[in-house]
Design a protein around this ligand. Structure first.
Ligand code: FAD
Length: 340
């Protein structure tokens, strides 16, 4: 009889796979389950090289192997900004290399939510299913991968419409400028008009749609104290299930990997759940201001949109090393004012 595992990981997307790899390399026994033959969600592409590189290096992987395109410039509401850190990545391949699934992951096995709620005994159960247990909001995206024309190679397009509570994008998926990821995300409205607007204003023509996705992104409701289940006894949540998604942009790959690493470190040091919980709570506190701004967009768009867009560009500036010259900054604000 095989010995009991130390951890039972439910969900083999980015966070579950990364945790499984760290635990196995650290000498722990794991069992990994995924309710879907296609592990992880297929649709996220944008990340930031200086942050993702060291996370992958920790497990001996090279980021360069997964980069589809280095993005050189970002057209933010029609204002072109130079970027140095933004990339599109092959997420399915990255997940597969983080923790190869064949014959190891028990696929098509859906773990009942009840197990995450009440917790197992003895063995640690990890909720890496992207299902938040507790108060949450959802960003409703509509997006597709497409062969498209009218866009420049290495250039990305982002359009923010604060009063509408959403934004739209077109990101390149190859260095040649042939394949793009096009979409929009909104908190409480139909994202399609934002996609139409982006296509019109940038002259984008879709020649062939390769695939599409409409899975909602879950964001922890941080309007008060985070009331989501980070851990309960021998159950811990990581990734999107732990609220690891930046509320304004829906960026979740890097934060999800970070939460998996915090859980691993806490188990390895033998101080679970203290250091793990403190780090996840710290992240949620950091996200709180951005979350409340998003709520402000919905309730008082006229009052909050200037500050909100400022926050979003600040975040992009920090992550994407945006070259936001005073002239570009002024042009951006004038555009936003004109549309306000
Ligand atoms: C449409 C879309 C676009 C996005 N774009 C970006 C982007 O460009 N950049 C970025 O940084 N982030 C993006 N994100 C966010 C990011 O992709 C997610 O936050 C991140 O992948 C979450 O990782 P995870 O491991 O927590 O969950 P996931 O990667 O979603 O994996 C969860 C896994 O759990 C499995 N599962 C679910 N329930 C069960 C169950 N009961 N039992 C067993 N298995 C179960 C699922 O099948 C899935 O494989 C996007 C998200 C979406 C939905």
């Amino acid at each position: 009889m095989s010995p009991e595992p130390d951890a039972l990981i439910c969900g083999a997307g980015v966070s579950g796979s990364y945790l499984a790899r760290l635990l196995v390399e650290g000498g722990f026994r794991v069992e990994v389950y995924d309710g879907n033959p296609l592990r992880g969600h297929r649709c996220a592409y944008i990340s930031f090289s200086s942050l993702l590189k060291p996370i992958l290096r920790r497990i001996g992987l090279e980021l360069d192997d997964f980069i589809l395109c280095h993005i050189r410039s970002l057209h933010l509401n029609g204002v072109e900004l130079e970027v140095r850190n933004m990339i599109s990545i092959d997420k399915p391949r990255m997940i597969e290399e983080i923790y190869p699934g064949d014959g190891v992951i028990k696929k098509n096995l859906r773990i009942p939510e009840e197990l995450f709620r009440r917790g197992g005994e003895g063995t640690l159960t990890v909720n890496a299913s992207s299902r938040i247990l507790g108060a949450q909001r959802r960003i409703l995206p509509r997006q597709f991968r497409a062969r498209a024309s009218g866009l420049e190679a290495g250039e990305a397009y982002l359009s923010v419409k604060p009063g509408y509570g959403g934004y739209s994008w077109a990101f390149p998926l190859d260095e040649e400028g042939r394949r793009f990821h096009i979409g929009a995300g909104c908190v409480n409205a139909d994202p399609q008009p934002l996609i139409d607007r982006l296509m019109r204003s940038n002259g984008i023509r879709v020649e062939e749609t390769i695939c599409s996705c409409g899975r909602a992104i879950s964001v922890a409701d941080l309007s008060r104290n985070p009331e989501i289940m980070i851990h309960r006894g021998m159950v811990a949540s990581i990734g999107e299930a732990a609220g690891a998604v930046f509320p304004m942009t829906g960026e979740g790959i890097i934060p999800s990997l970070e939460t998996a690493n915090w859980l691993y470190e806490s188990l390895d040091r033998g101080d679970y759940p203290q250091s793990f919980e403190a780090k996840v709570q710290g992240m949620l506190m950091e996200y709180r201001d951005a979350f409340n701004l998003c709520i402000g967009f919905l309730k008082h768009p006229r009052l909050t949109w200037l500050r909100g867009v400022g926050r979003m560009t600040e975040r992009l500036k920090g992550r994407a090393l945006l070259n936001l010259t005073p002239v570009a900054w002024m042009r951006l604000w004038l555009k936003m004012l004109a549309r306000g």
